[in-house]
Design a protein around this ligand. Structure first.
Ligand code: GAL
Length: 340
């Protein structure tokens, strides 16, 4: 018995101790305890030397049709490769059926932003209420005074400027501290932008349509580089992968230019090329700290029948030709694979 226990714990220890140096897109990604990372549709925040990866915690044994969303799961890392489990930082409510977060709600695409005025971390997520599903279209807001939570549910709002709310979104904080909510407006799926108030709690003023953005664009991920805003996204096909979309603008409230699909290459793990974005859908772009001009595109491979097995595609973004280009790599290292 003792021997068996030693073998089990020994294996766990070995699994946990292995320091990774490579990012391997579309392969199983283990955390520092040796468990698969469970943070889908996520985003990354950098705070005081540490990256925090927030994503959808998918429940074991549930399909999307059986309500697989368990809340926001957080991991932390100093190198973007080795991730420590920080646990579920906002959980759905299993006891109170009337709660906005009652189990059975849909809680997707969490993104966290730091509000320096209130010294507060604010988490946003797509929130569709229990029993109403994809018709309720809210943005849920939760807050914490620490990046690794716990987060407390604060309120919900309907974004997009209509009473039908919004779908996939990005929260983009500009250099002047103004936070924008860029989202798919329901029901017409126009892509719109609205300013958030200084607390970052509610949209302030009207939304406007982002001129030039292709209709039915989803999964927006935005960065600002050398004064230009770059947006990676997808078309609108539910969980099904489709070609990535790339738009830029010189003014966040101005007109965007469409540049087609910035991806190149082929994912041999899933046998999928760029017409399916290697099997992925965009979720966020990470600005790598301490390196010049270094960005990572995050995509999700969705598995709606067994969402907890969904994988991640993280690839470096190459800006050497001025425009974003994302090439498939079987494995890569932050130190060597990024071209300026
Ligand atoms: C995707 C969206 C996901 C999820 C899915 C449901 O397009 O990006 O977050 O909502 O549709 O069909």
């Amino acid at each position: 018995m003792i021997c068996i226990l030693l073998v089990i714990f020994g294996n766990q220890f070995l699994k946990a101790q292995k320091i990774k140096t490579e990012i391997r897109p579309a392969k199983v990604w283990l955390d520092s305890n040796g468990n698969s990372i469970n943070a889908h549709g996520g985003g990354v925040l950098f705070n005081k030397g540490v990256y925090y990866w927030y994503g959808e915690h998918k429940l074991e044994g549930k399909s999307e049709a059986q309500f697989a969303d368990g809340g926001i799961h957080c991991y932390s890392s100093t190198d973007l490769v080795n991730w420590k489990n920080e646990g579920i930082v906002l959980t759905v409510n299993y006891k109170d059926e009337k709660s906005d977060l009652a189990y059975g709600c849909i809680l997707e695409r969490p993104k966290v932003v730091y509000n320096s005025k209130n010294k507060e971390f604010v988490a946003y997520f797509k929130l569709y209420l229990k029993g109403v599903g994809y018709d309720s279209n809210y943005v849920g807001v939760a807050v914490s005074d620490k990046p690794n939570g716990p987060f407390t549910y604060h309120h919900k709002f309907r974004g997009g400027g209509t009473n039908k709310g919004s779908g996939d979104f990005s929260m983009f904080k500009d250099d002047d501290g103004i936070l924008y909510h860029l989202a798919v407006r329901k029901p017409d799926k126009a892509f719109v932008i609205g300013k958030m108030d200084p607390d970052y709690y509610f949209p302030e003023g009207d939304y406007q349509v982002c001129k030039g953005v292709k209709v039915h664009s989803e999964a927006p991920a935005i960065i600002k580089r050398n004064g230009i805003y770059h947006m990676l996204g997808s078309g609108s096909k539910g969980w099904k992968p489709n070609p990535a979309r790339y738009h830029t603008t010189e003014s966040i409230l101005g007109t965007w230019t469409f540049h087609g699909n910035p991806c190149k290459g082929y994912n041999p793990v899933d046998n999928l090329g760029i017409e399916k974005t290697f099997g992925g859908q965009a979720s966020y772009i990470i600005l790598v700290q301490g390196k010049k001009d270094t960005y990572i595109a995050m995509f999700d491979i969705w598995k709606p029948k067994n969402p907890i097995t969904g994988r991640y595609i993280w690839l470096p973004i190459d800006f050497s030709e001025g425009e974003m280009s994302i090439s498939w790599q079987d494995s890569w290292q932050l130190s060597t694979s990024i071209k300026k």
